[in-house]
Design a protein around this ligand. Structure first.
Ligand code: AMP
Length: 281
């Protein structure tokens, strides 16, 4: 496993690889969710490249860019358990020697849901995803369903700019309790960890209600009620969207598949989660 921290070191390390390359992009503070992406990558290509980069461009003012957990040594140890050829962990100045002038405009979906609370977030995400894809030029890149809106926007980026890479998604990895694994779970104290369970539980209530024949409107309302009533949880948004287009499933419309997407504050920690629901015809 080679650790590279500059573009030049990365270029050299990539030059020594033979065969197909799978990429997993992360912000570090790695957990089993990230490792499930790395394992999927491992199974799909001869070489796995993992990037670790806390991307300043995707954090808004007052967000947790400075506080975001960073522990390269622990990350390297975890990656060593799966087997990775190259780790790319550049400093911010390496990727952004100056403010980039040419910017990705992520389009209208980036203004919805996550983008309502975090208006510059997806422009920053797509900027760095585009850069790292250009630096690594992998055959395939893996992203988590945990960040479902991000995944949809990355698919759009790749399609609209004809980036020669295959994008694959990996299901959300959860604790046995249902809590979706996230680097930000490290911010939660014991009480908040329990309060946070209400998020996945509310989504499960919605999924089950749909399975029993509930219509989209009533399922969304039910989940919303659960989240609003959950102690210690402050709902940011809950939406029911088309899993492919991320367009909102509007009131009164019939749908066969939907994605419940939500963000909520537990104490001062903002958590996101989502779940696919299947409606009866
Ligand atoms: P992050 O380090 O938060 O930027 O995440 C890096 C990648 O790991 C993204 O593609 C995430 O969607 C994915 N990821 C994070 N948490 C999970 C999880 N619990 N299950 C599956 N994928 C995840």
């Amino acid at each position: 496993m080679k650790l590279t921290q500059t573009k030049e070191e990365l270029r050299k390390a990539l030059g020594e690889l033979e065969g197909s390359v799978a990429l997993v992009m992360t912000m570090g503070a790695l957990h089993e969710g990230h490792l499930s992406l790395v394992r999927a990558a491992r199974a799909s290509a001869q070489n796995v490249v993992v990037s670790i980069f806390v991307n300043p461009l995707q954090f808004g003012p007052g967000e947790d860019y400075e506080a975001y957990p960073r522990d390269l040594e622990a990350d390297m140890a975890l990656l060593g358990t799966v087997g990775v050829e190259v780790v790319f962990a550049p400093a911010a100045e390496e990727l952004y020697p100056r403010e980039p002038l040419v910017r990705i405009n992520p389009g209208p979906v980036a203004a919805l849901y996550e983008g309502k609370t975090r208006p510059t977030h997806f422009a920053g995400v797509l900027q760095v995803v585009n850069k790292v894809l250009n630096l690594v030029h992998p055959d395939v890149a893996f992203f988590g369903q945990k960040d479902a809106q991000q995944l949809a926007l990355i698919r759009t980026l790749v399609a609209d700019l004809d980036i020669p890479v295959e994008i694959r998604s990996v299901p959300i990895k959860r604790e046995e309790s249902g809590l979706a694994l996230s680097s930000r779970n490290a911010y939660l104290n014991d009480e908040e960890r329990i309060e946070a369970l209400a998020i996945s539980q509310a989504l499960i209530v919605g999924r089950d209600a749909a399975a029993r024949g509930g219509a989209p409107d009533s399922v969304r309302a039910l989940v919303q009620r659960h989240l609003e009533q959950a102690p210690g949880v402050t709902l940011d948004y809950l939406s029911l969207v088309d899993p492919e287009t991320f367009g909102e499933i509007e009131s009164g419309t019939a749908a066969t598949r939907g994605l419940l997407v939500t963000a909520a504050w537990v104490g001062s920690t903002r958590l996101i989660d989502n779940m696919e629901v299947l409606f009866h015809e």
